[in-house]
Design a protein around this ligand. Structure first.
Ligand code: ARG
Length: 461
């Protein structure tokens, strides 16, 4: 049998494999709520514009609501031969209300319909990702306040660099998430133009009111060019790009958690809720959730590159290639949502091992810069020379296998005779971090101020 919706000029139906490759119902059925919302807005507008008699409008509206109930109740049977969500809804509508259903598709096409549905879905999803990212910021800012003065090693090249505080490290991710949220919002604002009524590609000769449907669906305005309306998947790309950057942030943090929870580092403890055991090695507490957050970033980035590649060669306007926007977008944004939730849980339960962190913060000559700064401040050495003197002292300490603070004053004076014993005060990690009071620096007071500022911002609506 040829297709009921478009089979007029076909003598026979599609090949089995054609049906399989063509059908999107397996994954676009999740767009049912958006599809029905779009149809309700469209038919109401057709009525108001005098394109459909009000009796038909009422019949179609009741029918659409009945279809929605069936889908929500789980009683709806999705059939592959109906290809996609648009034809599935319309076909069932026809079964329920009869011939009036055939008037719903006046002045629209599946091309503008699917663009509208996808935009509505991406828009809702961006909103919920934004809220989830705010939850993670909140958990991080709370940890930061709690551990504003908990010292830990700061790294560059994963080599001990200078001591920082655990709170400061947490707030670094709060900043990243703030930019992520900004990108979600930017993407949302840019996508918020309604493609409905662009029809197949050229617009329509019916006197439709696109401003009315745009408004009814919560868009700022209708899209201004019908070709662009149905050919555009920027909104999905942009959401995926923003999601990819966010996923990369989460992945970096996840990597740190994996390293930090190893026996060799032992910087933090994850809760039982976010670790797993080994079936053979009883001592193990594996950071699986962190590992999966790290891994799932690959799926998000994969979806972005996948869709970029789908789109890059497409002439205007719609091509069926664009149906491939869905699985990757759904999967990636859902994966990110799960990662945000898992990270929030991990952070809430996370306990830094303050003793281990303090010890590690002092090792690896992490206060060498403080010594160099002391030479500049107290003796007036140019920084380059101070750097050199300090380097010699680090060399001497490391040759003896001891810390800088364990060098005797005499040993210090061999490198620079004017050094006095007040130098020992800056060699402690606590002193080091409290001295970093420049704006954005790691001093505990700074961290407290920033954490408090964030907590207030996050509480504000
Ligand atoms: N299922 C299609 C998609 O997801 C809907 C649009 C189909 N339009 C068409 N002219 N075949 O892109």
């Amino acid at each position: 049998m040829s297709n009921r919706m478009w089979g007029g000029r076909f003598a026979s139906g599609p090949a089995e494999i054609m049906e399989e490759i063509n059908a999107s119902i397996g994954f676009d059925k999740r767009l049912a709520p958006q599809d029905i919302r779009g149809s309700l807005a469209h038919v109401a507008m057709l009525g108001k514009a005098g394109i459909l008699p009000s009796a038909d409008v009422a019949t179609i509206e009741d029918g659409l609501k009945a279809v929605r109930e069936e889908i929500e109740g789980g009683g709806f049977v999705f059939k592959r031969e109906l290809e996609d969500i648009h034809m599935s809804v319309e076909s069932r509508l026809t079964e329920i209300v009869g011939t009036a259903a055939g008037r719903l598709h006046t002045a629209r096409s599946r091309n503008d319909q699917v663009a509208t549905d996808m935009k509505l879905w991406v828009r809702d999803t961006l909103d919920s990702l934004d809220a989830q990212a705010a939850d993670l910021q909140q958990a991080l800012a709370e940890k930061a306040l709690q551990h504003a003065a908990t010292v830990m090693p700061g790294f560059t090249h994963l080599q001990s660099a200078q001591p920082v505080t655990f709170g400061h490290h947490c707030l670094a991710y709060v900043e990243m998430l703030a930019r992520d949220r900004g990108r979600f919002r930017d993407a949302r604002a840019r996508l918020n133009e309604c493609p409905l009524g662009a029809a197949a590609l050229a617009g329509t000769s019916f006197p439709i009111d696109r401003h009315a449907t745009a408004e009814a669906l919560g868009f700022d305005r209708p899209t201004a060019n019908s070709l662009d309306s149905v050919a555009d998947r920027d909104f999905a790309l942009e959401a995926l790009a923003a999601a990819s950057i966010c996923a990369v942030h989460l992945s970096r943090f996840a990597e740190e958690l994996v390293v930090w929870t190893s026996a060799q580092f032992n910087f933090v403890k994850l809760s039982d809720g976010y670790t797993t055991g080994s079936s053979i090695m009883p001592q193990k507490r594996n950071p699986d959730a962190a590992e999966l957050v790290r891994a799932k970033s690959g799926r998000v980035i994969g979806a972005l590159t996948g869709l970029l590649i789908v789109m890059k060669g497409l002439p205007l306007a719609y091509s069926k290639d664009m149906q491939e926007d869905k699985e990757g977008t759904f999967d990636a944004l859902q994966a990110l949502s799960l990662c945000l939730a898992a990270m929030t849980g991990m952070v809430r339960d996370l306990e830094p091992n303050a003793d281990v962190l303090a010890r590690a913060a002092g090792s690896g000559y992490a206060t060498a810069t403080d010594l160099a700064d002391w030479l500049v401040r107290e003796l007036g050495l140019p920084f380059r020379e101070a750097h050199h003197v300090t380097g010699r002292l680090v060399g001497a300490a490391s040759a003896k296998g001891i810390g800088l603070e364990e060098l005797s004053l005499l040993e210090m004076q061999e490198a620079e005779p004017r050094i006095t014993d007040t130098v020992y005060a800056v060699l402690g990690v606590e002193n080091s971090v409290s001295s970093r009071t420049s704006y954005g620096g790691t001093a505990p007071d700074n961290v407290r101020t920033q954490a408090t500022r964030w907590l207030a911002l996050l509480k504000a609506p």
